[in-house]
Design a protein around this ligand. Structure first.
Ligand SMILES: CC(C)(COP(=O)(O)OP(=O)(O)OC[C@H]1O[C@@H](n2cnc3c(N)ncnc32)[C@H](O)[C@@H]1OP(=O)(O)O)[C@@H](O)C(=O)NCCC(=O)NCCS
Length: 207
């Protein structure tokens, strides 16, 4: 564990009623190999499949994975990766996508998601990128939270807003597919103005 661990750039600890949660990243793919995934981390896929997906992202040149760990178990994560090559955003030179954020149900509402985003965005590399998050409402965990779609949308826009992401209107067909879907965007401080302008032009492509 020590060699893989030595590569982690940033880490912090949060004490919650279940114990100590370690927040760290970006983590390497071989480090994830050493960890189990909480069995309730199944919002997007089954934990073993999600672990494989996170390992792949951590191995991409621009991919980054930040995790919440309890001992040797991953109980939360957030991922960043280049946009899907079929999406309009992949045509932009400086867009990185926040692919997913998930905290296991037993570990929720202790501000772990908020603190994990805070830790990730303290990495200066994000100032070089426009970070987007395409929020599909069919991915939201309405069942476990008991929230309705509008309440859930509100907590997510506030959560992402806590690290400087803002909602942008767009005619991206993925977003238009449901009225509750949201595009969240964060403009890094060192993104050149022409790249910001290009991104804003790409918000509406009339398709
Ligand atoms: C969304 C999610 C990551 C939040 O994780 P979390 O660690 O519980 O979030 P936090 O404790 O940091 O809370 C963040 C904010 O949301 C609010 N919140 C979180 N869950 C809530 C709930 N069930 N009811 C009301 N508010 C809630 C918190 O009060 C907090 O608000 P504040 O900081 O403005 O006071 C978690 O619920 C989850 O994994 N959901 C399934 C996956 C998902 O929907 N991901 C988002 C789309 S990619």
């Amino acid at each position: 564990m020590s060699t893989a661990c030595a590569e982690i750039e940033n880490t912090s600890q949060v004490i919650v009623p279940h114990g100590v949660a370690i927040l760290e990243g970006p983590v390497r793919s071989d480090y994830l190999d050493l960890l189990a995934f909480d069995e309730k981390l199944n919002n997007f896929r089954q934990p073993d499949k999600q672990k494989a997906a996170l390992k792949e992202i951590a191995g991409l040149p621009e991919g980054m994975v930040y995790i919440v760990r309890a001992g040797l178990k991953v109980v939360g994560y957030v991922t960043f990766l280049p946009p899907d090559r079929y999406s309009r955003w992949s045509k932009h030179p400086r867009v990185l996508e926040l692919g997913a954020i998930e905290v296991s149900p037993d570990w929720r509402e202790y501000k772990l998601a908020r603190k994990l985003l805070e830790l990730a965005f303290s990495n200066p590399v994000f100032e070089e990128y426009i970070v987007i998050s395409i929020e599909f409402c069919w991915h939201w965990d309405l069942r476990n939270t008991g929230l309705d779609v509008w309440q859930y949308q509100k907590i997510l826009t506030r959560l992402f807003g806590s690290v400087g992401m803002q909602q942008e209107l767009t005619d991206d067909p993925d977003i238009l597919e449901h009225i509750a879907n949201v595009l969240m965007v964060r403009y890094g401080k060192r993104v050149p103005q022409e790249d910001i302008e290009l991104f804003k032009e790409m918000l509406f492509m009339g398709k």
